[in-house]
Design a protein around this ligand. Structure first.
Ligand code: SF4
Ligand code: SF4
Ligand code: SF4
Length: 363
């Protein structure tokens, strides 16, 4: 796609230069030389440098497009610029590898990132699968490893809402996957700017972890523990709920638990389980997810997900010293064999899809 066409498709030509995007962008709050408004303006003036490192700053959170009065689809515009940059010979993984070297230590795996250890485990706390994330957070807060944790609650049915947890109750309430994006990084930035507590844990999706690592160098005095969740794609709640209602005849807002397993979207509700193919829900998938290539949250201290483990267990990838500290908090952990190949396979599949979608955008 030519730059002109990309500008048309993503409505950049509608830009009013109001600056709402830059004002609401968590990355721009720290990377002060990064401005969505300025990049849009440069594109309109024909001055885009595809080798500019700034086109890799965006973490696709969509906060800018949600607040843009002109409905500019800025995240897709950035993906389009990246597609052009790839065509021009820029290496997609260069920015991830650079950050891996700063924050992580272990064996490099081209599909799932840096790995110190990979295990399948189940804690004594009830959670989405093995309860690993909830257990690490409650134990970490109890032992004073961190004072706050950024987690995601259910609100208004099954809508995801990022919050700052200050105690064990807040953490327990965040149990279970929501399969939606929620601005955890925005909450983290607010918590940091508010000052006071300096030791913070955050649970985030791969895109969020990428954003956190990009801005982390700007607050070296904050002790951060990052827990990444495996993510193939996520959904817009407003779109997902009616589709699920139509296909499965259940109200997602009343579900006890939802899970995505082996290509199925499963809703557990009132003692029953109803499932459909994930593919049937594709019209509710977040736009940015199609281009995303990171399945295992490659930049997190520790990554957790169900793929690669038997039912009731979680796969855990430890990637740093802090990841080891978090994992060390898990007492009475039941372990079993992890199917690393299954994780690798899905990571490859996601990367393949992302690269193909990017190529389409760049063709
Ligand atoms: S918020 Fe929208 S209209 Fe305003 S500067 Fe950003 S892209 Fe342009
Ligand atoms: S998608 Fe998020 S990170 Fe990217 S420019 Fe918009 S607000 Fe910033
Ligand atoms: S697929 Fe990527 S962009 Fe979408 S929610 Fe997951 S990590 Fe974020």
């Amino acid at each position: 796609m030519e730059l002109e066409e990309l500008i048309q498709e993503t409505k950049v030509y509608n830009c009013l230069e109001c600056g709402e995007c830059t004002a609401n962008c968590p990355i721009a709050w720290f990377e002060t030389d990064y401005s969505p408004r300025v990049i849009a303006k440069r594109a309109l003036e024909g001055f885009i440098d595809l080798r500019d490192e700034k086109i890799w700053s965006c973490m696709s959170c969509q906060l800018c497009s949600e607040r843009c009065p002109s409905k500019v689809d800025y995240p897709t515009f950035m993906w389009g610029l990246r597609a052009e940059a790839l065509k021009a010979g820029v290496e997609e993984e260069a920015y991830i590898r650079e950050l891996e070297q700063v924050f992580l230590t272990g064996e490099g795996d081209k599909d799932i990132g840096i790995v110190k250890e990979i295990v399948a485990g189940k804690s004594t706390i009830k959670g989405q699968d093995g309860g690993i994330v909830t257990s690490m957070l409650t134990a970490g807060m109890e032992k004073g490893l961190f004072e706050r944790a950024i987690v995601v609650h259910r609100q208004d049915g099954f809508r995801a809402q990022a919050i700052v947890a200050e105690n064990e109750d807040d953490i327990i309430k965040a149990r279970g996957s929501k399969y939606q994006f929620s601005p955890t990084v925005e909450r983290l930035v607010e918590a940091i700017l508010e000052g006071g507590k300096k030791r913070i844990a955050i649970v985030a999706l791969p895109c969020g972890i990428y954003g956190i690592r990009r801005i982390q160098r700007f607050y070296p005095d904050v002790e951060l523990y990052t827990i990444g969740l495996f993510c193939f794609e996520n959904f817009y709640y407003e779109m997902l709920r009616p589709i699920v209602s139509e296909i499965l005849e259940v109200d997602l807002g009343r579900a006890d638990k939802i899970e995505v397993k082996r290509g199925k979207f499963v809703v557990h509700i009132a003692g029953e389980s109803k499932a459909c193919e994930v593919k049937e829900l594709e019209s509710a998938v977040r736009g940015s997810c199609l281009f995303c290539t990171d399945f295992t949250a490659r930049l997190a201290d520790i990554s957790v997900g169900s793929v690669g483990s038997p039912d009731g267990y979680s796969t855990v990838i430890i990637r740093s010293k802090k990841g080891e500290e978090l994992f060390g908090l898990l007492k009475d952990l039941a372990r079993t064999k992890v199917d690393r190949e299954e994780v690798v396979e899905l990571a490859r599949l996601k990367k393949k899809r992302g690269m193909e979608e990017l190529k389409k955008l760049g063709s």
